[in-house]
Design a protein around this ligand. Structure first.
Ligand code: ATP
Ligand code: MG
Length: 181
């Protein structure tokens, strides 16, 4: 069932059906203790080559925090948000990652100084296969599925995601909120 779900969110591009109610899908999660800071540090490490290659600056403020969640699925969330922040950015730009702990939830934000998005792009950005038609997006062969998967995984965890962005190279900030338990 879980395998089927992952395969669906990755490949089922003809999915035009309305989303299934939350309760029908929440059992797909394989939850356990998940060390968020460790995973994000690992991820940063795995992107170091790309950061150096593009003369980007990455800074982070990451508190030690463990939550109950599906680690494998959340790893894909951080990976997509960081890869977007690096991809839709320019040389010598900056990316900032912040992991904060609140009373019942955590927030993880990825802030970039990149190309940004206008209102129309922002409105559709969590839909399947939405890609802004820009020189930057044409250069890549990516599927445009990343943020729809991010949205789905966060939704299954009863969390939320918010995006603040302006075009004209003003940058974007994606903030994920997740309950701790
Ligand atoms: N940090 C960002 N800055 C500017 N635009 C962004 C950013 N993140 C996403 N976008 C826009 O949203 C679109 C959708 O992002 P998404 O991650 O779903 O797809 P992708 O990165 O193009 O492909 P994939 O993630 O499947 O490899 C992108 O093509 C881009 O136009
Ligand atoms: Mg992406």
């Amino acid at each position: 069932m879980r395998k089927e779900f992952i395969s669906n969110i990755s490949h089922d591009i003809h999915l035009l059906l309305p989303p299934a109610p939350f309760d029908q899908e929440a059992h797909i999660l394989k939850v356990g203790e998940y060390n968020v800071d460790r995973q994000i540090r690992r991820l940063i490490h795995s992107y170091e080559w790309k950061i150096d290659l593009n003369n980007l600056m990455l800074s982070h403020d990451i508190l030690d925090v463990e939550i109950t969640a599906d680690g494998a699925l959340l790893d894909t969330v951080w990976d997509n948000l960081l890869s977007n922040a690096l991809k839709y950015n320019s040389t010598f730009a900056e990316v900032e990652i912040e992991l904060m702990e609140h009373k019942n939830e955590i927030t993880v934000s990825f802030k970039d100084t990149g190309v940004g998005m206008d209102v129309a792009v922002k409105q559709h950005v969590f839909e399947r296969i939405y890609r802004e038609d820009t020189a930057n997006s044409q250069r890549t062969r990516d599927s445009g599925l990343g943020l729809s998967i991010v949205h789905k995984v966060v939704f299954l965890h009863r969390g939320g995601i918010d995006v603040e962005s302006n075009q004209n190279d003003q940058g974007s900030t994606f903030t994920v909120m997740l309950p701790k338990r």
